[in-house]
Write a protein that binds this ligand. Structure first.
Ligand code: SF4
Length: 402
């Protein structure tokens, strides 16, 4: 009989598992805390668990981490791990420390089927969904490895304060495994993170945004990358199925469930493709809708910071715009926007009252675009050939408002 990896069970799942062994709920809570809060994998070391339960678990359960293939540490503190998930597949996790937080970027799939033009993972094609255990194992390993190195924050005793499901894969195309993982991240007996500190980043799988709103409304980031459907069709192929208007409607519905929240829109700055001031103006129209008269405009620095979201009122969507510097890789055929162009783009948004940040690049000395390391492990060339053939055609440019 195959042992169950307990990293894959949320608390209710673990309660059911323990009940199947004839054990009470509070035993499952104890076990859950040993695993996630204390990072213990060996049942024999769980000293306040009844010996009879430890013996039962030894035969049917395990706590199994992912094998580390490589670890790269940047001078700025960023750490990138490559984990083996079997059959030649590998996934990445990135730890990003800042003054007041430490974020872990987690992968949800080996490869990705969405195939965004500017994404190295997308160029590798899709291999398989990760299990809940494989998703949670990334946090479990990083949290407890770095805690052992003394990297805990004084305020909480924990290392990781924020999670972004923004590594390899489209998390909403692995929904069944994602939701229990989110519940483990949020559970007070697990990692105890608030749902505003756990962000699901999606390229726009509209029906699943609606389901997430019902099942586990974590913070939502949406990869927008273009102000119109013609361009977005080319950059994010999923747009052909769920065009921008439908996507923004689903964002509005999402916020109905969490009215004090906002959506983060991600926008990867590509030289000569989506970075013109006219396109920024188009983006403003798209996101701002009709502002409520008399509402003050939000101000923000384009250089980052923790500005509050724009409350656009009216038909606008409360949101933040995050401009991401493109991380070039040879097969993309795309170039990074020059800094001055990024700042001019940000200025248009800020002047319109949209809170806008420009993401800092981190870990430059260990740099590889997300997915590049894993791509070296398994190169799915058919997807690469398909995607490198067609150039991005830029059309439907709009004029700047007078
Ligand atoms: S950006 Fe995200 S959704 Fe798009 S191909 Fe890359 S991993 Fe997939």
């Amino acid at each position: 009989m195959t042992a169950t990896n307990l990293l894959g069970l949320d608390l209710e799942g673990l309660v059911a598992f323990c009940e199947g062994l004839g054990e009470k709920r509070f035993r499952a809570v104890q076990l859950f805390r040993w695993i996630h809060q204390r990072g213990v994998a060996d049942f024999a070391q769980m000293s306040d668990l009844a010996k009879s339960l430890r013996d039962k678990l030894a035969g049917v359960a395990e706590v199994t981490a992912l094998k580390v293939l490589s670890e790269q540490r940047s001078a700025d503190g960023t750490i990138k791990w490559l984990f083996d998930v079997g059959n030649g597949d590998a996934v990445e996790s990135v730890y990003i420390p800042e003054d007041d937080r430490a974020t872990l970027c987690i992968s949800s799939q080996a490869g990705c089927a969405v195939g965004c033009r500017f994404c190295s993972t997308g160029h590798q094609g899709f291999s398989r969904n990760l299990s809940t255990a494989e998703i949670v194992a990334q946090l479990w390993f990083v949290e407890h490895t770095l805690r052992a190195e003394g990297k805990s924050r004084e305020s909480s005793g924990r290392v990781i304060s924020n999670i972004v499901m923004m590594g390899m894969g489209e998390p909403l195309q692995n929904y069944g495994a994602l939701v229990p993982a989110l519940r483990i991240f949020l559970d007070d007996h697990g990692y105890g993170l608030s749902r505003r500190r756990v962000t699901v980043s999606t390229s726009g799988v509209v029906p699943m945004i609606d389901r997430l709103r019902e099942d586990c409304p974590a913070a939502l980031a949406v990869s927008l990358h273009a102000p119109d459907d013609a361009l977005r069709d080319q950059l994010v192929p999923l747009n052909k199925k769920y065009p921008i208007a439908e996507l923004l409607e689903s964002c509005r519905r999402y916020l109905e469930r969490a009215p004090r929240d906002f959506i983060t829109f991600e926008y990867c700055m590509l030289d000569g493709v989506n970075d013109a001031p006219e396109q920024a103006a188009q983006l403003v129209k798209l996101l701002k809708g009709t502002p409520t008269p008399g509402r003050p405009k939000s101000a923000s620095s384009p250089l980052g910071g923790r500005a509050p979201a724009s409350d656009l009122g009216g038909s606008g969507i409360p949101c933040k715009l995050n401009l991401i510097p493109f991380n070039p890789f040879p097969q993309s055929g795309l170039k990074k926007s020059p800094r001055e162009r990024v700042m001019a783009f940000a200025e248009v948004l800020i002047q319109a009252g949209i809170v806008t940040t420009v993401r800092k690049t981190r870990g430059d000395d260990i740099d590889a675009a997300c997915g590049q390391l894993a791509g070296e492990v398994q190169d799915r060339t058919r997807a690469e050939q398909r995607m490198t053939r067609a150039p991005v055609v830029v059309h439907r440019r709009v004029r700047a408002p007078e």
